[in-house]
Design a protein around this ligand. Structure first.
Ligand SMILES: Nc1ncnc2c1ncn2[C@@H]1O[C@H](COP(=O)(O)OP(=O)(O)OP(=O)(O)O)[C@@H](O)[C@H]1O
Ligand SMILES: O=P(O)(O)O[C@H]1[C@H](OP(=O)(O)O)[C@@H](OP(=O)(O)O)[C@@H](O)[C@@H](O)[C@@H]1OP(=O)(O)O
Ligand SMILES: [Mg+2]
Length: 348
C-alpha cells in the first residue's frame, strides 16, 4: 500500500510556504497526501491513519493550554488518539514547551553552554501597585535597564506586542502576564537559524534587521512595537539602525551555531525549528532570544524539498523497521516449525 502523509496548516501558512510544492514532490514519489480537517476525522473509521502528519497546530495548542478552550482540546485529542500509529512532525508535548516564554527560557537555561539574557516572569497576579516589588525582582536577578517586556505567550497574534522600558518609573507600562528581559545591545542585527531536522547540520542562517543599540543618558519614554516591525524581511522601523550605520561586517560563527542547534534540537526534540540569536556587541556572547516552532523559513529557497527529504527519511526508516519486523516474525515462525520437525524426529 502506498504511504500517506497527512497535513494540517493554517491557510496563511500553506500559501506563504508554497506548500503545494511539497504536495507535488510527494505525488511524484507516489506518496499519498491528505489534509487533516474535520471532514477527515468524520470519515476516519474507514481509513488507517497517515504514516506521518506534518502540522502547525501552535494556535490551537495555545488555545488549549493557555485559554483552556474545550473545542481546541477536542480537536487536539483526535491527533493524540493516533499516537503510536502515526509519526507527528512534531510531537504536541514537545511543541508545548515553546508556547510559554517562561517555560521556553527556563528549559534553554538548563543547557549550560547556552546564554539566555536574564529574565523574570511577571504573572497576572501582579498589579500596577507592585512596581516596587517588580523592581526588587529585577535587582535581585541583576537585570539592568533597558529591559524588554514580552507577552508570556510566545505564539499567535497576541504574542508579538513588546515594549522597551528605560527606567523603574515606567514599570507601570508593562502588560501582564509577561517576561521582563535584559535588553542586549547587538548592533541591530538578528540571526535567524532555520532548521529542518534531517540531521543536526541541516540548518540555514539568515540575517535580519533588529533593534539598534541604546545608551541610557536620560530617562526615555517606553517604546511599544510589534516584533514583525523590527525583524521581518520588510522591516523598516525607526528602531532599526539608520542607513548610515554599516553593520554588514557582522558575521556569525558556523561551528558555534552548529553546536547550539544540536543542543536545542536535542533538548526540545523538535524537527522544525527557528532559533533567533543576537550577538552582544560588548561581550560577543551569542544570546538566544527566541525559539519558534515551524517558523516562516523566509529566505530558505528549498524548504519544501527539505521537508520532503525529512519525510522520505522517516518513511524509509519505517519500512526498514517493518521489513526487519516481518523478517523476525518469519524467522521466528520458521524456527518454530523447524523445532517442531526436529522434535517430531526425536519422537519418532
Ligand atoms: N533580549 C533582547 N535584547 C535585545 N533585543 C531583543 C531582545 N529580545 C528580543 N529583542 C528584539 O525584539 C524582537 C522580537 O523578539 P522575539 O523574537 O522574542 O519576539 P517574537 O514576537 O517571539 O518574534 P518571532 O516573530 O520571531 O516569533 C527581536 O527580533 C529583537 O529585535
Ligand atoms: O508563519 P506563521 O504564521 O506561523 O508565523 C510565524 C512567523 O513566520 P512568518 O512571520 O514568516 O509568517 C515566524 O517568523 P520567522 O521566525 O520565521 O521569521 C515567527 O514569528 C513565528 O513565531 C510565527 O508563528 P506564530 O508565532 O504566529 O505562531
Ligand atoms: Mg517567537
Amino acid at each position: 500500500m502506498e504511504p500517506t502523509i497527512g497535513y494540517y496548516l493554517p491557510c496563511k501558512k500553506y500559501y506563504k510556504l508554497h506548500f503545494e510544492q511539497f504536495l507535488i514532490l510527494c505525488k511524484r514519489a507516489q506518496i499519498k497526501t491528505i489534509e487533516i480537517n474535520d471532514d477527515y476525522f468524520n470519515s476516519i473509521h474507514s481509513q488507517s491513519p497517515p504514516n506521518i502528519i506534518v502540522h502547525k497546530l501552535t494556535d490551537i495548542l495555545c488555545r488549549e493550554v493557555l485559554n483552556d478552550d474545550k473545542m481546541a482540546h477536542q480537536f487536539l485529542e483526535k491527533f493524540r488518539q493516533m499516537k503510536g500509529r502515526t509519526i507527528m512532525i512534531d510531537n504536541l508535548e514537545s511543541i508545548s514547551q515553546l508556547l510559554n516564554r517562561h517555560v521556553q527560557y527556563s528549559l534553554l537555561k538548563e543547557i549550560q553552554t547556552i546564554y539566555v539574557p536574564p529574565f523574570i516572569s511577571i504573572t497576572d497576579e501582579f498589579t500596577a501597585n507592585d512596581c516596587q516589588k517588580i523592581q526588587q525582582l529585577l535587582t535581585n536577578n541583576n537585570i539592568q535597564y533597558p529591559i524588554i517586556c514580552k507577552p508570556i505567550q510566545a505564539h499567535g497574534s497576541e504574542s508579538h506586542n513588546m515594549k522597551i522600558i528605560f527606567d523603574s518609573s515606567h514599570l507601570i507600562d508593562i502588560q501582564y502576564p509577561c517576561i521582563l528581559q535584559q535588553f542586549i545591545n547587538h548592533d541591530g542585527i538578528l540571526f535567524k537559524i532555520f532548521l529542518v531536522g534531517i540531521n543536526d547540520d541541516n540548518f540555514y542562517i539568515v540575517k535580519r534587521s533588529s533593534i539598534r543599540n541604546f545608551t541610557i543618558t536620560q530617562s526615555l519614554e517606553t517604546i511599544s512595537f510589534h516584533s514583525s516591525e523590527v525583524s521581518s524581511t520588510q522591516a523598516c522601523s525607526n528602531l532599526n539602525n539608520g542607513e548610515d550605520i554599516i553593520v554588514d561586517g557582522i558575521t556569525i560563527d558556523n561551528e558555534r551555531i552548529k553546536e547550539l542547534v544540536r543542543l536545542i534540537k536535542k533538548k526540545f526534540e523538535l524537527n522544525l525549528l527557528g532559533i533567533d540569536v543576537i550577538i552582544n556587541c560588548q561581550t560577543q556572547q551569542y544570546a538566544v532570544i527566541d525559539v519558534n516552532y515551524f517558523p516562516g523559513y523566509e529566505g530558505m529557497k528549498d524548504f519544501n524539498q527539505q521537508l520532503f527529504n525529512l519525510c522520505e527519511n522517516i518513511l524509509n526508516e519505517q519500512s526498514l523497521q517493518l521489513k526487519s519486523h516481518l523478517n523476525k516474525t518469519i524467522f521466528k515462525n520458521n524456527s518454530v516449525s523447524l523445532m517442531k520437525i526436529q522434535s517430531s524426529k526425536i519422537i519418532y
